[in-house]
Design a protein around this ligand. Sequence first.
Ligand SMILES: *Cc1c(COP(=O)(O)O)cnc(C)c1O
Length: 353
Amino acid sequence: MKKHNFSAGPCILPKEVLQKASEAVINFNGLDLSLVEISHRSPDFVAVMDKARDLVLELLDLKDKGYSALFLQGGASLEFLMVPYNLLPEGGKSSYLNTGTWSSKAIKEAKLFGEVVEIASSKDSNFNYIPKGYKVPDDVAYVHCTSNNTIFGTQMKEFPQTKDQLLVCDMSSDIFSRKLDFSQFDLIYAGAQKNMGPAGTTLVVVKDAILGKTGRKIPSMLDYQIHIDKDSMFNTPPVFPVYVSMLTLEWLKNMGGIEIIEKRNVEKANLLYSEIDNNPLFRGVAKKEDRSNMNVTFVLTDETKKDRFDQLWKAAGISGINGHRSVGGYRASIYNAMPLESVQVLVDAMRAV
Ligand SMILES: *Cc1c(COP(=O)(O)O)cnc(C)c1O
């Protein structure tokens, strides 16, 4: 039976991408060698890395605008400390918008490097909204925000306005899902496993001109400039996650790019949210204006129906919609590769309760 994978991460990837990737594990480019057993310095793999980096900048419309794309390791979680290491001058201050678990973790790491100003937080209501009307302090090196809050199901529609401060964004769970002016950001990072590929690589897109200004001594593996100088091959890169990410980016480009996927994502989200709003048995968790088009969080209004609903969605082949322990209820993650038909299957189960 076909499974409908609503997992929050690692998550669904396009079928044809998985098909191609599985073939490359056995016989890559007709070399009669596996993708995972050839040298990362071989021309065939270097071409994969170059193409992946190039597609990132092309899809984000950042080509020839002074940005570099890197495929690193350590997850988005390592970026929580690489960001202050590379961008915060000795004795300087940084500022963070606290919109959930991941922002809070980023703040914790930044505090190891200097004073952190929390410019706003929605912690008081279990992060079910995005704070607005905050002011960015003049004396901070950068502002950090999280564009989509995977656990709580909120998504930023507007970003902090900065002057001299750099703008840094964790886009792990909504990168390549919607059109934005990506050039407003100085640094973007995203763990691959939400909307791009398997776990094991982290995308970093950084404006070259912002680096080398902190006066800090940075260990080589944590230094963005070293990774840029080595074309994202300072050490052995995670070849399989990079290859699958490249295939996903190609899939996205062939489909028509971010504008097209955004239309589909809006359609899927509208279908699900309108059921949540119109079916008295369900209630959305996130404040309406801040709802995420990637992670849809909702609860039952009548807990006695839980067994029935759980039976229905399981019988329909749905997987991965149990809510995160800090929110409860349900979370349907409807990333780029999720087809509308799968969302319809979930809506049908909701209607049948
Ligand atoms: C999943 C997630 C992370 C953590 O990513 P890892 O790659 O597991 O370190 C960070 N930020 C956001 C928004 C996420 O969704």
